[in-house]
Design a protein around this ligand. Structure first.
Ligand SMILES: [Zn+2]
Length: 280
C-alpha cells in the first residue's frame, strides 16, 4: 500500500469538504478497503501528516503531494513523537470481531447485535468486552478523539449498570466526536447504545448535554438533528432552538415518551428524521 494513496485521498477530501483549519479529519481507509464508504475510519492530522485507522489500526505518516503553506514536514522519527496515551482500555479488554470466533464470549456479541448494532460497526468502533476484573461482564465502547482515546463507556450486560474509569469527565466526552468536523449531517443522541445502531452519523453526549457539549455542537457548520430520549422532550427542543439561534442548521426530532432512539429500528429512525425535516 502506497502512502501517496493516502495523500491523494486527503487532497480530494480537503478539496471537496475544506478542513485546512481542523486538527483532524476523517477519511476512508485504503488499507482495510473502506475508502469509498461514508464510514471514514481513518483519522488524519493535516498539520503533521499522521494517520491512524480505528478499524485496522494501520498508522504512520504520509507526505502531502502538493506543498501547502500550512504544511509542516514530518520529523525524522515521527512515531516516537506521538505522546503516550494517558487513558488506556482496561487490561482485561478483548476486542469483539465482526463475527464471533472461537474464544469469544458469545454473550457479549449477542448483546451488542441484539441492541441493533451492525456487525461492521463493532469493528469500526473497536467495541470489545471484559470477562474479568473491575469491568467484568461489561461491553466496552471506546471514545475516540482523533486517534486518541479520550475514555470509554463500560456497560454491564448482566445488571445493565454503567462503570466509569477514574478521572473520566463525562461532560467533555462524546462518542463519535470526530463526526462534528465533516459536513455530513449528524444526529445528537444521549447514550452510546442510542448512537451505535444508527452509526456512523450519530454522536452521543453520554447523558444530558453539558455546557461543553453545547459549545462544541454550536461550532458545527452543518445540519445537526437533536434527538434526545423521549422523556427529555423539553431539553431536546431547547437544545435545537439554542443551536439555531447560534446559526446552526439544527432540527429537533421528537421521540415518543418512554422511548429512546436506541429502541427504534434504523428504518424508524430515518423516518423520524425525515418527518422532522419536513416540518415547516
Ligand atoms: Zn483501516
Amino acid at each position: 500500500m502506497s502512502k501517496s494513496l493516502i495523500a491523494d485521498i486527503v487532497e480530494s477530501f480537503v478539496e471537496e469538504h475544506g478542513g485546512d483549519d481542523r486538527d483532524w479529519i476523517r477519511v476512508g481507509c485504503p488499507w482495510c478497503g473502506h475508502e469509498n464508504t461514508s464510514k471514514r475510519n481513518m483519522s488524519v492530522a493535516l498539520k503533521t501528516g499522521y494517520f491512524y485507522c480505528h478499524r485496522c489500526q494501520e498508522k504512520g505518516f504520509y507526505k502531502r503531494s502538493k506543498a501547502k503553506e500550512w504544511y509542516v514536514p514530518p520529523v525524522d522519527n515521527p512515531l516516537s513523537e506521538i505522546p503516550k496515551p494517558t487513558i488506556t482500555l482496561p487490561d482485561e479488554f478483548q476486542p469483539l470481531s465482526e463475527r464471533p470466533v472461537a474464544g469469544t464470549d458469545i454473550r457479549f456479541w449477542n448483546y451488542v447485535t441484539g441492541r441493533g448494532v451492525h456487525p461492521e460497526t463493532i469493528v469500526d468502533c473497536g467495541i470489545g468486552y471484559c470477562q474479568f476484573g473491575f469491568y467484568r461482564d461489561c461491553i466496552v465502547v471506546p471514545l475516540w478523539d482523533g486517534p486518541n482515546l479520550s475514555g470509554f463507556v463500560a456497560r454491564n450486560i448482566v445488571d445493565r449498570s454503567y462503570r466509569y474509569q477514574k478521572g473520566f469527565k463525562r461532560e467533555i466526552s462524546m462518542f463519535n466526536k470526530d463526526r462534528l468536523w465533516d459536513d455530513d449531517p449528524i444526529v445528537v443522541v444521549e447514550g452510546v447504545f442510542d448512537a451505535l445502531p444508527h452509526y456512523p452519523h450519530t454522536v452521543a453526549v453520554l447523558g444530558k448535554p453539558s455546557h461543553e457539549h453545547k459549545k462544541l455542537l454550536a461550532s458545527c457548520r452543518k445540519r445537526v438533528y437533536v434527538m434526545l430520549d423521549g422523556d427529555a422532550k423539553a431539553e431536546s427542543w431547547a437544545l435545537a432552538t439554542l443551536l439555531r439561534v447560534g446559526g446552526v442548521d439544527a432540527i429537533y426530532v421528537p421521540v415518543a415518551p418512554g422511548k429512546d432512539p436506541g429502541d427504534a429500528s434504523h428504518e424508524e429512525f430515518l423516518q423520524a428524521i425525515q418527518q422532522a425535516s419536513n416540518q415547516p
